[in-house]
Design a protein around this ligand. Structure first.
Ligand SMILES: Nc1ncnc2c1ncn2[C@@H]1O[C@H](COP(=O)(O)OP(=O)(O)O)[C@@H](O)[C@H]1O
Ligand SMILES: [Mg+2]
Length: 323
């Protein structure tokens, strides 16, 4: 269960990709909190900025990407201002990551055990080799792999197993937050579900928070407490998961929900959303979704609406139709 206390507060976060002749603002001043023990999802069409946010929170933004404004606060401390030493503690101890390609990042010529104990020993020098080994065994058990396999090499594991190993490494130092960007996308659907269910169990047991990104809206709704919907680098809605399909406030959220096949019942044809998101280098005036919005009004083409709280829905949304 999540509490109401914010673990991570994202304020006015702005990230640019700097080109030779132009700047693309991929994330345009977004605000959201991830609460203690919460699974928070980020959804939206490909290219809307989800990974850019994940990388910024992890302090992994690299050129041509540039975090050009805002704050990411962990218990009041601005993560974006951390120096090298503070960052070392932040990564793995406080926040860890599982990315889509993580399983391919395992070193093929070093036994898996060593890759886990390395992380543990670097951050816990006092633990010693035996202590680190014991912890590695415990972690394998947590993610459902027999500890006897610790000395195998990564190629001896299936894709699903390798991704479980990455989750084990992410859990190694008991972080408060795990950032998961398409963690199971490369895997087959059954394995995906197994792994997500395991993460749900581990989260209940260990109490960490999760930032979860997937293109599978159904999986996200099942797994997450709240979901932020991104469009063209902005948050257009932040709502409890159960509201996303049944009580969406923003027309884009509704369109996204409609483009998704229902979880139960007959599989209807996916509607898709007509049109495509705007080019970040030539954005429309007003609401960025207006050119595709079936309910756009005159004001929508002039003024970009702000994300506002609608307490009766426990949701935030940025849409002129609601005012
Ligand atoms: N290295 C890069 N250089 C230039 N533009 C980039 C780079 N990475 C991402 N972008 C742009 O930033 C926007 C957001 O990308 P991304 O965060 O990867 O979206 P998502 O994860 O939602 O699919 C896209 O328009 C993308 O083209
Ligand atoms: Mg992405």
């Amino acid at each position: 269960m999540s509490s109401d206390r914010a673990l991570l507060e994202v304020r006015n976060l702005t990230v640019d990709y700097v080109g030779e002749h132009s700047i693309a603002r991929a994330v345009n001043g977004i605000d959201f909190d991830i609460r203690e023990g919460e699974a928070f999802g980020l959804a939206g069409e490909s290219g809307c900025g989800k990974s850019t946010v994940a990388f910024a929170l992890a302090r992994l933004t690299r050129l041509p990407g540039l975090v050009s404004g805002g704050e990411v606060r962990l218990n009041g401390e601005n993560v974006l201002k951390f120096d090298k030493a503070r960052l070392k503690a932040y990564r793995w101890n406080e926040v860890s990551f599982v990315f889509q390609s993580a399983m391919n990042a395992l070193n093929p010529v070093i036994p898996v055990a060593e890759q886990i104990t390395d992380v543990i020993e670097t951050h816990n020098p006092g633990l010693g080799a035996d202590g680190a080994r014991a912890r590695a065994e415990e972690l394998f058990e947590l993610v459902g792999i027999p500890p006897a396999r610790l000395d195998d090499f990564s190629h001896q594991f299936s894709g699903g197993m390798r991704q479980r190993i990455c989750i084990a490494i992410a859990l190694a130092l008991n972080p408060r937050l795990i950032i998961m960007d398409e963690p199971t996308t490369a895997l087959d659907v059954v394995v995906q579900r197994d792994i997500i269910e395991q993460i749900v169990d581990l989260k209940a047991k260990l109490g960490f928070s999760v930032l979860f990104i997937t293109h599978d809206l159904g999986l996200m709704i099942e797994f997450c407490d709240r979901i932020g919907i991104m469009y063209s680098g902005e948050l257009v809605e932040v709502a409890p998961s159960e509201a996303i399909l049944t009580n969406a406030l923003h027309p884009y959220t509704r369109a996204l929900g409609n483009s998704f096949p229902p979880l139960t019942g007959p599989r209807l044809r996916m509607e898709g959303i007509p049109g495509s998101p705007p080019d970040l280098r030539s954005l429309p005036q007003g609401c960025r979704f207006a050119p595709r919005c079936p309910r756009a009004m005159d004001i929508c083409r002039v003024e970009n609406p702000e994300l506002r709280l609608y307490p009766e829905h426990r949701s935030q949304a940025a849409c002129h139709l609601l005012n």
